[in-house]
Design a protein around this ligand. Structure first.
Ligand SMILES: NC(=O)c1ccc[n+]([C@@H]2O[C@H](COP(=O)([O-])OP(=O)(O)OC[C@H]3O[C@@H](n4cnc5c(N)ncnc54)[C@H](OP(=O)(O)O)[C@@H]3O)[C@@H](O)[C@H]2O)c1
Length: 296
């Protein structure tokens, strides 16, 4: 049975990918902190699991949906860089290393953009805490030079799927009449349907010429205003009270998160995938939300 190793595979994205790969007939081995996974401390066990694996996908990282205090910040960094480092060393110790290593990264690495979209070739790297995390995460990954393993960093936009991520909180806001714009509503919202993310992974697996950085974002990013409007219309809610920045600041403090997650303008497009003629099943937000909110 062909095998795939997923690290940090018990979360939103990992569970979806595990199920999809298992359905295709793969054995999926998980590395992580939970019972039944290979623990991060078992470096020999990780190397053994990676022997002859078709692919390693690393998704491990403490959620950024928390207040950026010193302790959380340190964990956000280390849970990404240390896990990446353990996996790279484990591959170096393999006799038959995996052919492909995909490491999660984030589209948040690009700057706050309201003037033009960010691509892999012309995008500008931003500043601030989450950008520093992304930079260090990718640097740790690309500092490994592995002769037999192709390496691709997935700069993921906000992943939309029925079973996790941001959909449930947005659903609640819209349901309670609070699904208006956040801030001035002009900030861009780059997103990707979780099934398209899975299809991108299969595409990268098949296209041996792909390495380096891939923006995993739908080709039609939208503004927050359009996103909230589409969300309301799919849920048949006419009214949605807006949330000005000051209100979001208070709300974020109360529920222990950061407004950056809502207010940063992420305008990211998948230039490389488009050039390689990748076909998105969910290219528009309407199609994606219809699928996620109605059919499921
Ligand atoms: N979802 C998105 O919209 C999105 C967008 C861009 C980038 N990303 C990145 O993609 C990755 C997967 O996203 P996700 O939504 O599936 O995240 P998630 O649901 O929060 O899952 C992340 C996984 O990381 C592991 N983890 C958490 N804290 C850890 C720690 N302190 N040390 C080691 N491992 C830890 C957990 O695995 P165990 O409990 O099994 O150890 C968890 O299953 C994350 O790194 C995230 O930053 C996500």
């Amino acid at each position: 049975m062909p095998k795939i190793v997923i690290a940090g595979g018990t979360g939103f994205v990992g569970q979806y990918l595990s199920k999809r790969f298992q359905k295709m007939g793969y054995q999926v081995i998980l590395v992580g902190r939970q019972k039944g996974n290979i623990p991060w401390t078992d470096t020999d066990g990780i190397s053994a699991a990676l022997e002859h694996a078709e692919m390693l996908i690393n998704l491990a990282g403490k959620s950024v949906n928390c207040r950026y205090n010193a302790s959380n910040k340190a964990q956000i960094f280390s849970s990404r860089t240390e896990t990446t480092s353990i996996l790279g060393k484990a591959i170096e110790n393999c006799s038959h290393p995996p052919i492909l290593w995909l490491n999660a990264s984030t589209a948040t690495i690009y700057r706050h953009a309201v003037d033009r979209p960010m691509t892999e070739s012309s995008g500008e790297i931003g500043t601030g805490f989450s950008v520093e995390v992304a930079k260090k995460w990718e640097k740790t990954f690309f500092d490994f030079h592995l002769p037999h393993t192709r390496q691709v960093a997935l700069r993921m936009a906000i992943v939309l799927g029925a079973d996790g991520g941001v959909i449930q909180p947005f659903k609640n806001l819209v349901r309670f009449g609070l699904g208006g714009i956040q801030g001035n509503g002009d900030q861009y919202f780059s997103w990707i349907h979780i099934e398209d993310l899975f299809q991108i992974i299969l595409f990268i697996q098949k296209h041996h010429e792909i390495d380096g950085i891939i923006n995993c974002a739908a080709p039609n990013p939208i503004t927050n205003k359009t996103f909230m409007g589409t969300f309301r219309s799919v849920m048949h809610r006419k009214i949605g009270l807006p949330s000005p920045k000051w209100l979001l600041e208070i709300g974020a403090l109360l529920i222990g998160t950061e407004t950056e997650l809502l207010l940063k303008s992420r305008w990211v497009i998948p230039e490389r995938l488009t050039e390689l003629s990748f076909t998105f099943q969910f290219p528009t937000i309407g199609k994606a939300l219809d699928d996620i909110l109605i059919l499921k």
